[in-house]
Every structure is written in structure tokens, then in C-alpha cells.
Design a protein around this ligand. Structure first.
Ligand code: NAD
Length: 499
């Protein structure tokens, strides 16, 4: 195992030179990433095929293009994002320069998960670099082929003193977590998240935790069930159900269950034929341990569709389970596999209570034409994100933050939110050494009169820029001069002769 203390010390040393803070360095690294992606596209999709039997087109849509688009968005907006953000000022600060400077944290640790191993390592890497940080990435050891590929290609394109890939399993992650980082970005399950957070707490290191959970679906009876089935089947069986925001279970009224299952049965044949084990579009479970875990969930349940398992291929067919009970294992923890259980509820109110009795999910899906029902879920539940009348699609919008809440995670990213995640927002106020008379208002001896002026001044806020900002300035000057005289504060503005 590498000497992580030494690696961290060396990278931190480089960060302190300020090299990574310049626009030129950041842009050059992002350009290098673009080159790396374009030159290794086929190798990436081949690695994903080996790791998860991911179809090449699925890899392109859900991993490669998503990262490439985010990369181009960051490159195109980098200059703007780096600009100091102007803020509204108060009369008291009309002469001051006030702005928010986004500055890099320093050295960032990214711990990736295995289910989207390209996306979950490259997206945080793009943002950490764009924000001017040094970054150490630890891809998941479970998606081994992708991890090996990243370890090989990253050093060929990036500034190796600032961007590093370290491979390994739990011992390596544990070793890395003993070191001090300036930010930790972890994607994975919430048991390990507690280990990560505890390690971060030792140094008060801020964290983003991208976790999972059981993302519920409610299907209302007034929907076109064929469309619902198509959207549900796509979202659920993508990557063989190993998606953090996959629909985990379906709630519906009893008269919806059978017709919807029938539609799903037809859609499954449309998408994967009646022999899904031979379909090029259907993935495999990542490893033997997860295969056994998912297979066990089928014990004692009413399988309506599928239920076929083949351990040697780590294959579990797209499976629908009907009339689930609360005590069924499939209704306990996140499924993270190709099983979709149905749980019958009386109405949407019971579904809302059911959701609120459990940990806040990462995603929530409602299919309905009834705005009252949609609003009931939007207003009376909480989840990381939500998509109405579809699945997964909300996560593909760079203008919306992606992240969890409560047990499904903390912090968010995607698009500009990623840049903000890896930047500290530093408030900077640059004052003048003149105008001491105005400042005298806050100095002792304290008086009610001075306090009255301060209250009045801080009530009025003005925009920083624009010709109109001069008007309140002049007005303020006149009013101030009057009040200062009234409270007996000695004005010390120099006369022309003294300058
Ligand atoms: P994983 O096993 O690949 O673990 C993720 C990282 O944690 C790896 O780098 C691994 O080395 C490290 N790790 C594992 N065990 C550890 C330990 N005991 N101590 C220290 N480090 C350890 O991934 P996983 O947890 O199986 O991922 C699946 C989970 O991740 C699911 O719950 C899923 O919903 C969630 N997920 C969330 C998102 C999101 O964006 N919110 C995305 C993908 C997956």
C-alpha cells in the first residue's frame, strides 16, 4: 500500500503554490479530461461491459455523455463561475467593495461507487478541478475493470502532482480516511457513509454524501398504464436495477395492481424479449455477494413475472412481485437489483403516510393526472429529488441539484451546483480608510441617537451597481451630515487645503 501520508503531504504542498487556482490550469485540466474521454471512449464502454454487462449505448447515455456534457458545460462557464459574485449592499457599505469569492477547499478526496463507475468518479473530478482543487480519486474496487482503466489513463492526461487515482479496497479507503483532506465526496451506502463522516469529523472536514435508499413510486388509477409501464420498466431495469434512484417499490390501489403488472409484462418482452438472459440490453449483478443478497429477497414472495436466477452468470431476470407485505425482506432495505415489488394501499393519503413513516428517500415518483394527488406528494413528503410521470429523468437536468436528504445523503451536485459544492464561498468586504465619521456611529460611547441612525441606514439596501446608486449616496451623505452634527460626532473629512 502506498504511503498515503506522503502522497497527501506532497499534493497539499503543490496546492499551496497556487498552481491550481488559475483559470489556465483549470481549463487545461478540463481539456485534458475531454481528450482522455474522447480517446478512451471505447475502452470505457468495454470496461463497463465487463464489470456490469452494460450495453454500449446505455453506457454512452448514462455514463459517458453525461460526463462529457457536464465537462463541456464547466469549460464553457468556467470564466463566469470564477468571477467574484457581486452582492447587494446597504447604505452603510455603499463605498465598500463587497463580493463573494469562490475559492477551492484544497485537497479533495473522491470515493466512487461501482454501479456507475465512470460517472460517479468523473463527475466529482470535473467539478473539483473546475473549482481549483487538487483531487485524489478512489474508484470502487467492485467495478474492477473501470478502476484499472482509470488508474492507467488518468496519469497520461492530467497534471500528476495535483490529480491522482488510487485503487484498492477497504484497507486502502480506510488508510486514505486516516489522512486529512479539505473536502470528502463519498458515493455509496449509508453504513460506510457513517465511517466516512466519522473520519471527516476528526478534522472537521466538510463532506458530501451521495447515498441511496428505497425510492417509492405511486401509480394513480387515472393514468395511461402502458406509458407508466414503459417509463417504470426503463427506470427500474436500467443497469439491472443497480441505480441509486431506481424505483424501489410501487404503491397503488388494489384495482391498479393487476392491469399494471400485465402492462409491465408486455413491456418487458418489448424491451428485453421473452429471453432477457439473451438480451444485449439487460445487465448483470456486479458480483457474487450482491447476487446472493438480491436472490435471497425472492424467498417467500409472490412472483408475478420473472424470478429466474443463474448464479454462474450473476443473472436475475426482471422480476415483479405482487401483494407484498411489510414483513417481506423486499420491503425492508434498498433492493438495488432487478426486482420490483408491489404494495397495495387504500389511496394516496395512505401512500404519503407510508413514505413519511420511513427514512427520506433519494428519489420519489408519482404517476397521476390529478393535480391534487401530485400536490399531496410534493407538499407532504420529502426526498432528495422527485419526478412526476416519469423516472430517473430529473437527475439528468444540470440546472437542478442532485443529492439526498436525511438518510439518502447530504449536499448536492451536477452543473453549477457541482462547482459550488467544491468551492468555499468566501465573503470579502474591502473598506476604505476614509469616511471614519460614518464608522464612528458604531464606536463607544454608545448612544440611542447613534443607534437610531444605524437602524435607519441598515434598513435601506441598494443595488451595488448602476447610475441610480449615486442618488442614495448623495442623499445619504446629506442626511448623515445632518445627523452627525445633531449627535455631536466630530467630522474629520479633510479640507482641500489639507490634502
Ligand atoms: P461500494 O461498495 O463501491 O463503496 C463505495 C466506496 O466506499 C468504495 O470506494 C469503497 O472502497 C468504500 N468502502 C466500502 N466499504 C468500506 C468500509 N468498510 N470502510 C471504508 N470504505 C469503504 O458501493 P456501495 O456502497 O455498494 O454502493 C451502493 C450504494 O450507493 C447504494 O445504496 C446506492 O443507492 C448508493 N449510490 C448512491 C448514488 C448517489 O449518487 N446518491 C450513486 C450510486 C450509488
Amino acid at each position: 500500500m502506498a504511503n498515503f501520508a506522503e502522497v497527501v503531504r506532497a499534493v497539499r504542498q503543490v496546492f499551496r503554490t497556487g498552481r491550481t487556482k488559475t483559470y489556465e490550469w483549470r481549463y487545461a485540466q478540463l481539456s485534458a479530461m475531454l481528450k482522455m474521454m474522447d480517446e478512451n471512449k471505447d475502452r470505457m464502454t468495454a470496461a463497463l461491459k465487463k464489470d456490469l454487462n452494460k450495453n454500449k449505448i446505455e453506457s454512452m447515455i448514462m455514463e459517458f455523455n453525461l460526463c462529457r456534457n457536464e465537462l463541456i458545460l464547466s469549460m464553457n462557464n468556467l470564466k463566469d463561475w470564477m468571477k467574484p459574485e457581486k452582492v447587494k449592499k446597504e447604505l452603510m457599505n455603499i463605498m465598500d467593495k463587497c463580493y463573494i469569492k469562490r475559492e477551492p477547499y484544497g485537497l479533495v478526496l473522491v470515493l466512487g461507487a461501482w454501479n456507475y463507475p465512470v460517472q460517479l468518479t468523473l463527475l466529482p473530478m470535473i467539478a473539483a478541478i473546475a473549482a481549483g482543487n487538487c483531487v485524489i480519486v478512489k474508484p470502487s474496487e467492485m467495478s474492477e475493470q473501470t478502476a484499472i482503466l482509470l488508474e492507467e489513463i488518468v496519469p497520461k492526461y492530467f497534471d500528476n502532482e495535483c490529480v491522482k487515482v488510487i485503487n484498492g479496497g477497504i484497507p486502502e479507503t480506510t488508510g486514505l480516511l486516516q489522512e486529512r483532506f479539505d473536502y470528502i465526496f463519498y458515493t455509496g451506502n449509508n453504513v460506510v457513509a457513517k465511517i466516512v463522516m466519522a473520519a471527516a469529523a476528526k478534522n472537521l472536514t466538510p463532506v458530501t454524501l451521495e447515498l441511496g435508499g428505497k425510492s417509492p413510486v405511486y401509480v394513480d388509477r387515472n393514468c395511461d398504464l402502458t406509458t407508466v409501464a414503459r417509463r417504470l420498466v426503463w427506470g427500474k431495469f436500467l443497469n439491472a436495477g443497480q441505480t441509486c434512484i431506481a424505483p424501489d417499490y410501487v404503491m397503488c390501489q388494489s384495482d391498479v395492481q393487476d392491469p399494471l403488472i400485465e402492462e409491465i409484462r408486455k413491456v418487458l418482452i418489448d424491451f428485453f424479449t421473452d429471453k432477457p438472459e439473451q438480451s444485449e440490453s439487460f445487465g448483470r449483478i456486479v458480483n457474487g455477494r450482491h447476487f446472493k443478497r438480491v436472490e435471497k429477497l425472492l424467498t417467500g414472495v409472490k412472483v408475478a413475472v420473472g424470478g429466474v436466477t443463474r448464479e454462474e452468470e450473476r443473472y436475475i431476470s426482471p422480476t415483479i412481485v405482487r401483494d407484498c407485505k411489510l414483513s417481506d425482506a423486499v420491503m425492508q432495505d434498498e433492493i438495488f437489483g432487478p426486482i420490483l415489488p408491489f404494495y397495495v394501499v387504500r389511496d394516496d393519503k395512505e401512500a404519503v403516510d407510508f413514505i413519511n413513516d420511513r427514512e427520506k428517500p433519494l428519489a420519489m415518483y408519482v404517476f397521476s393526472r390529478n393535480q391534487r394527488i401530485i400536490d399531496n406528494f410534493v407538499n407532504n413528503t420529502s426526498s432528495g429529488g422527485m419526478c412526476i410521470n416519469d423516472c430517473i429523468m430529473h437527475a439528468s437536468m444540470p440546472s437542478m441539484p442532485f443529492g439526498g436528504v436525511g438518510h439518502s445523503g447530504m449536499g448536492a451536485y451536477h452543473g453549477k451546483f457541482s462547482y459550488d459544492t467544491f468551492s468555499h464561498r468566501r465573503s470579502v468586504m474591502q473598506r476604505d480608510l476614509k469616511m471614519e465619521s460614518v464608522n464612528a456611529l458604531r464606536y463607544p460611547p454608545y448612544t440611542e441617537k447613534k443607534f437610531g441612525i444605524i437602524k435607519w441606514l441598515t434598513k435601506k439596501s441598494v443595488k451595488r451597481t448602476g447610475i441610480m446608486s449615486f442618488f442614495p449616496l448623495v442623499l445619504c451623505g446629506a442626511v448623515l451630515a445632518f445627523f452627525l452634527k445633531a449627535v455631536g460626532v466630530q467630522a474629520r473629512w479633510p479640507s482641500l487645503g489639507e490634502r
